[in-house]
Design a protein around this ligand. Structure first.
Ligand SMILES: Nc1nc2c(ncn2[C@@H]2O[C@H](COP(=O)(O)OP(=O)(O)OP(=O)(O)O)[C@@H](O)[C@H]2O)c(=O)[nH]1
Length: 447
């Protein structure tokens, strides 16, 4: 993604050269493109993405917001927070020998990420078969990966006709922004062995593929909902440029002195408008809590705008609600149409690979939007047929792996959820335990 953004002109040559020098100095020279999105010191020294990084670019027909999600198992909650905001996903598969096999094993991250994206409602998926340069652009390897991955993706519910596989090299830049054999001079000088790819691949490059993704439909008519993915004290209107504000919003850890530790009633939040629309001047409530504030400024794609609507990832300055009231996952909504809060609800879920069967009273971490909360499965209502959804067995004693079920969940604290029927984004949940995702599904009733 870092290389793609560089090629799309979102990172200057000067900045890229600096990353190259600094990465080399810290003994991680191959990571200079990762540094475009991995901005914190910890991410750079460990060589892994930890938090979601946001960036924008335009293709011929579309404006995109990239949410670079971490691939490492330890940071799955952050990946879930990113996937809940995504309209489409690029699944980057490591094609190198051993790399693909590790990611595609039963507990590998390629499989887990694909399941999560699907369970959280992402329907369009592009598979970037990366690092093929390490195998001299072997067509046989590409086909082997395409066959295995597409069989798996179809099995978990992606429509086979919507899946696109693109061979590429993130490091070399091959087939990212230009078709192979068609790279601009500057870029092609780095291509040392892509000739082997030209011989068997003449399809579109990654950017051409994502440019053709179907635009998502938006729930413009519903009540305004923005789930806060980050926040910091201060206004978009005072002093900071929009770009700086965006990068502050993306990088300041919540709860640090700069973002969460001090008080103040002018706060800028980042997040995606999940439904409805919002205007400068509108009065909004923050849930949980119901404090009221006024929208002072909205930034969309680095421009100050008067309004924003469902689907827009924005920065928004709100005056009147104290900084201490915000947390990641708080929801801004109209005061007369607040999102429901609940501690007990019914959900329809699919159970993933679990080491022990799920029984009544099973403790879980409930993930919804960008938030997570300790909870319990308090009732096993029914086992369902996976494809038809019909009840197979009422009140089962346990839920085996790969089953579908209706359950009741009780959370320790109130959570902002809605039924899937009312709100696709607030009606989706993921259940985790002991660092593993054990299930995902939709909210069917709120009590
Ligand atoms: N040879 C080769 N190396 C690559 C390619 N793409 C990435 N790498 C290398 O793989 C390593 C990891 O790259 P990252 O961009 O951090 O990978 P990531 O998938 O974002 O990993 P997370 O940060 O954990 O999500 C770096 O050393 C890259 O230079 C490629 O196409 N070919």
């Amino acid at each position: 993604m870092g290389h793609l953004l560089y090629r799309m002109g979102q990172v200057s040559d000067r900045v890229m050269q600096k990353y190259e020098r600094d990465a080399a100095k810290s003994g991680k020279s191959s990571f200079h493109f990762a540094w475009v999105l991995d901005e914190t010191e910890e991410e750079r020294s460990r060589g892994v993405t930890i938090d979601i990084a946001t960036s924008n670019f335009e293709t011929e027909n579309r404006q995109f917001t990239i949410l670079d999600a971490p691939g490492h198992r330890d940071f799955i909650p952050n990946m879930i927070a990113g996937a809940t905001q995504a309209d489409a996903a690029i699944l980057v598969v490591d094609a190198s020998l051993g790399g693909f096999e590790a990611g595609f094993s039963d507990y590998g991250q390629t499989k887990e990420h694909a399941i999560l994206a699907r369970s959280l409602g992402v329907q369009q998926l592009v598979v970037a078969v990366n690092k093929l340069d390490t195998l001299d652009w072997s067509e046989a390897r590409f086909l082997e990966i395409r066959d295995q991955v597409s069989a798996f993706l179809t099995q978990i519910g992606f429509r086979p006709e919507t899946l696109v596989f693109v061979p590429c090299s993130g490091l070399r830049g091959t087939n990212l922004t230009h078709r192979v054999g068609n790279e601009p001079e500057k870029a092609s000088s780095k291509e040392t062995n892509a000739q082997a790819l030209v011989e068997w691949y003449s399809g579109p490059c990654l950017v051409e593929v994502i440019d053709q993704l179907a635009p998502p439909t938006r729930t413009l008519e519903g009540a305004f909902r923005l789930s806060v993915s980050d926040f910091f004290r201060g206004s978009l209107l005072g002093g900071t440029t929009h770009n700086q504000a965006a990068s502050i919003a993306a990088t300041i850890p919540v709860g640090s002195a700069a973002s969460g530790g001090t008080t103040g009633t002018t706060v800028t939040v980042s997040g995606r408008v999940e439904s409805g629309s919002v205007r400068v001047g509108e009065r909004l409530a923050l849930v949980p809590g119901l404090e009221i504030g006024t929208v002072k400024a909205i930034d969309h794609l680095d421009n100050l705008v008067q309004w924003a609507a469902a689907g827009d990832s924005i920065l928004m300055t709100v005056q009147g609600i104290d900084l201490t009231q915000y947390s990641v996952g708080s929801v801004l909504c109209p005061r007369d149409h607040p999102i429901p809060t609940t501690s007990r609800f019914e959900a329809q879920i699919v159970v993933f690979e679990t080491k022990v069967p799920i029984t009544q009273g099973y403790p879980i971490i409930l993930h919804y939007q960008s938030r997570n909360e300790p909870a319990f499965i308090t009732k096993l209502v029914a086992l369902l047929d996976k494809s038809s959804g019909e009840v197979i067995k009422k009140r089962p004693r346990h839920l085996p792996k790969s089953s579908a079920a209706k359950i009741e969940i009780t959370s320790d604290r109130p959570v902002c959820l809605d039924t899937f029927q009312h709100s696709k984004s607030f009606g989706r949940i993921t259940l985790r335990k002991g660092g593993e995702t054990i299930g995902a599904g939709i909210v069917t009733a709120i009590f």
